[in-house]
Structure formats: C-alpha cells, structure tokens
Design a protein. Structure first.
Length: 413
C-alpha cells in the first residue's frame, strides 16, 4: 500500500514549499500586524543585550582605571618594617636617627619618613582642654617624621604641616578632620592645643584627606623628637618607614632600602614592595567580570522569557490563521520556520538596538568620569548575534506548539 505522499506525487501534485523571501515576508507581516506588541517583545532583548554590552564595557573601563590607580599610588609605595625582635643595646635601634635623610638620597625616592604608634599609658587619652584627671577621647597618637606627612600626600583643610625645624623647636601636632570634630576644634585662628595626657601640643594643621596611610586621619600626629622625649623610643618591631617613590622605582627602592638605612645590619629591616599591579588588576577584573556577566545573563534570560511568552500568546491568537495555512498546504515545518523567523528577527533587532545603547552607555559614563572608554570589538560584533540566538531559543517552544495545531481543529474555533 502506498503512502499519501507517494500517491500525491503519482497524481502529479507538487509538495508545498516555502521560499526564504516568502518566509521573511510573512514574518515581517506578522510583526507589523501588532507593532506595539512587537516593540515590547523586543524590549526584553534590548535590555538584556544592552546590559551585556554595557557591563562588559564598563568592566574593561574600570579595570583600566584600577590599573592606573595602582600604578599611581600602590605601585609607588614601599614600607620598611623593623625586623629586630631581640635588639642588641650596643647596636641601637633598627632605624637610625637620620633615616629620613639617608632614604632621600636613594634614587627614585620622593619622600620618606619613620613612624610608630605610641604605646604608653600617659598618651592614652587626648582632650582639647587641660582638665586634670578629666575624661578624654581615646585617640591613637602617632609619632611621624615630616617625611611621613609628605609621603602621605595630604590635603589640608586649614593650617600647614610641620617641617623639620618646627619639629625640633616645639610640640606641635597635625590632626584629621574627624579627630578635630571629636575634640571640638573648628578653626586654627585661636591657636588651639590638644592635651595628650597632660602634655599640650599646638595644632598647626587639620588634614581633610590623604592618598596614603589613611589611619593618619583618625590619629593625632606628633613629631618623633617630642614623642621620644615624653614617652621614650618605640619598642622592638613597632617602628616602620613609609616611602613614596617615582613611578616604576618601587621594587628597586625596596631592594636598596635596608642597605641604605643600615649598611652594617641590613637584616634588621624588612622592605615590603608593592604588589604586582597586573596580577592584582587581573584578579579584581576577573571577579568583576564574573559578577557582571551573571547579571547580564539574568537580563538575557528575562528577555528570552518575555519573547517566549509573547510569541506563545501570538500563536494562540493566530490559531485560525495557522489552521487556514495548514488547510491550504503549509506543512508543519513551514509554520515552525515562520514563528522562528519572527522571534529571531525580534531578537536580532533587539540585539542591534541593545548593542547601540550599551556602547552609548559605556562612552557616556567614561566621558562623565573623565575616563578612557575601553570596549572590545568582539563584544560589539557578538552582541547582536546573542540577541538573535536569544530570540530563536525563546521561539522554539511556541513554534513547535504552532506546528502541532491540526487544521480541522483550528478552523472549528
């Protein structure tokens, strides 16, 4: 017994066909029947692809900025620590008295200074009035040479930083804005003083911000000569040196610092060079990329669900049309191809618009922040294809559902 297909061919009846031109013509007509719905359907892909492009572009741009910040700050900072745990009284402290001067002679050093936090009960409270036995604020007292203040690159609200001459002549202090607010100091016109324990220090400067060693903003900074006179030298392992270097000189300075400071016993000091900015940037950029790509993927899934839902509703509304096409000879695969073409076209158009919006977002943010926009050409090329793939995948089930509609049942509705 012959099949209906063989019988049709035997009777000279050609099987129905669907040319590509007709396919896209019908798909376009189907989308233009309800333009508002088509626009809303494509909006999900626009948002998903736009977010995808914007996130990748902003991640690349911010990673570039992270790299430049590390080069400008972290890559120009060296710390030297006191590595003596059992000091020899005949040799003296790890840092010599002229440590700042010795370090400034090293090529590539911009500023350097020794600092330590005072560990003495007599310096445990700070107040702005000489109240004997009164309550005071618990604020760290940091003994820091003038070189530390220069290396920290502070921004002053009022006053000035103490220099070597001021540090030798009298008891002066520099405090941060937060510390000044806690102590009730609002201006330097009245030459206010802070009392560390019972010892007065004239405040000569209030610091608004620093580029390095941010804990100085929460401390009372005094010269090391005054700190040694009142509370003694720092204990083993307490003192450190902050060094600001020229760009690219940090690792070389870190290698030379122990010998430059203590040529007799360089092992008494341990230099800590800055981390490799490339590895640090790579780690930060990778974490940001993974997080943001996850968010972009969620947006694409939401867009795909929107396309699938709208396409499925369109299938249900056009059941009569589908039945009529089937009755006139359209095969199931023709119906499937038509709805896939509609959803794929919507996805591709949404991908193109989303790519454009994503690029504009990256450029706009970069211009607003005075950054250099960084966007890989591959991202711009692939993004519309991502929209197309999203639309096709979203239309698979509705297209299959449409192809399963029987002509007789469809025409009865």
């Amino acid at each position: 017994m012959t099949s209906p297909a063989h019988q049709g061919r035997a009777a000279g009846i050609d099987r129905s066909s669907f040319k590509m031109r007709d396919l896209f013509s019908e798909a376009g007509a189907g989308m233009l029947q309800r333009p508002a719905r088509s626009v809303l359907t494509a909006l999900g892909t626009v948002l998903g692809v736009g977010t995808f492009v914007a996130i990748l572009g902003l991640t690349s741009t911010t990673s570039s900025q992270i790299d430049s910040r590390f080069n400008a700050l972290t890559a120009t900072e060296v710390t030297v620590e006191d590595a003596v745990h059992d000091p020899d009284g005949l040799i003296g402290p790890a840092f010599p008295e002229d440590a700042d001067t010795r370090m400034r002679r090293v090529n590539g050093v911009r500023a350097a200074g020794v600092f330590w936090t005072v560990r003495d009960d007599r310096a445990s409270t700070v107040r702005s009035a000489p109240v004997a036995g009164g309550e005071g604020e618990s604020i760290d007292v940091v003994a820091a040479s003038p070189g530390v203040l220069r290396a920290a690159v502070p921004t002053l609200t009022e006053g000035r930083l103490y220099d070597d001459a001021m540090a030798r002549r009298g008891r002066v202090a520099v405090i941060g804005e937060g510390t000044a607010a806690r102590l009730g100091i609002t201006t330097l016109e009245t030459h206010p003083a802070v009392f560390i324990g019972d010892e007065p220090f004239t405040v000569v400067g209030i610091v608004q911000d620093v580029e390095r060693k941010a804990d100085l903003l929460l401390s009372v900074v005094v010269p090391p000569t005054s700190a040694e006179e009142l509370w003694g030298r720092p204990g083993p392992g307490e003192a450190s040196m902050l060094i600001a270097t020229e760009l690219g000189a940090a690792r070389q300075v870190a290698e030379e610092a122990p010998t430059a400071l203590r040529p007799d016993h360089p092992e008494y000091l341990k230099a800590v060079p800055p981390p490799d900015p490339r590895g640090l940037r790579s780690g930060v950029g990778s974490d940001l990329s993974q997080l943001f790509l996850l968010l972009a993927g969620i947006c694409l899934v939401i867009g795909a669900v929107g396309i699938a839902n709208t396409t499925l509703v369109a299938v249900l509304e056009r059941t009569g049309e589908i039945g009529l096409r089937r009755a006139l000879g359209a095969r199931a695969r023709h119906i499937t191809a038509q709805f896939l073409a509609e959803s794929g076209t919507l996805g591709a158009l949404g991908g193109l618009v989303g790519t454009s919006l994503g690029v504009l977002t990256v450029v706009g943010v970069a211009l607003a922040r005075h950054w250099t926009p960084v966007l890989h050409p591959g991202t711009v090329a692939v993004a519309p294809l991502v929209g197309l793939a999203t639309g096709v995948l979203a239309g698979l089930y509705p297209a299959w559902r449409a192809s399963r509609i029987e002509p007789v049942e469809a025409l009865r509705r």
